[in-house]
Write a protein that binds this ligand. Sequence first.
Ligand code: CO
Length: 287
Amino acid sequence: MNPTQSSLRSVTGAGTGRRTTDGAGIPLMRIISSPDIGIIDPFLLLDEFGSADPGDYRGGFPDHPHRGFETVTYMLAGRMRHRDNHGHEGVIGPGGVQWMRAGRGLIHSEMPEQDAGWLRGFQLWVNLPAARKMDEPDYQEFSAAQIPEERRGNDCRIKVIAGTTSTGVAGAVTGVPTAPLYFDVHLNAGTRFEEALDPEANACVYVYQGSVRVAGSDGAATELKRGHLGKLGSGNAIQVTAGGEETRFLLLAARPLDEPIAWHGPFVMNTQEELRQAFEDFQSGKF
Ligand code: CO
């Protein structure tokens, strides 16, 4: 990438999200959709969960419905069993990802497949455009070994879950309407990472280990510590430098939908009438 031809995306806002619980009382950090960060269209929600105490996670996320968007589970440690009411079932292991299009609706559970050790990962919600909200449910599932990894020298590794890197490494997940990029970037201390970004995409960085400095076009830089999400402003590239320790962050980008959002719990539609219909369909067993 030629820095003279790129305009770097600065951090325009940062936050740490909010501690909460979901499912059967699983403690987690709600990052996207928290009061200090809000949504980053089309990203509706980002949760980070992590505990080595089975008392925290044993209850899992029992049966619940979804309609109108996609849920993306990315495990860092531990194993989660997924089961839906259409007969789809599987286990997401460490480093594995499940990109689930809830579409017109399903009921599923996400339960820990272990009673000891770390359970750690992320769940991201990606909105669907109005024309695709009632698509049939669909899954893309990949183990850690099936997710392409790009190495840049000895100090930078990129797990390419979705999207394509500037050198042409294509992610495992394809065919998502909002053309998302989902990279898990690992940097050794002090290493610089540069990447082109679609200028039309909304983008953010979430640091889950170590710290980074995100350069801006004006020569200034913003530090993001562990647990901080930085929203990125306009531009066509990002430049991130790891702090003094091994650092890991998620880089997320996608085309915004710019559509009205009617959201209640596990249903995300465009209008109140569609929300009402979602409740009615769920209650009458049409999921
Ligand atoms: Co769910």
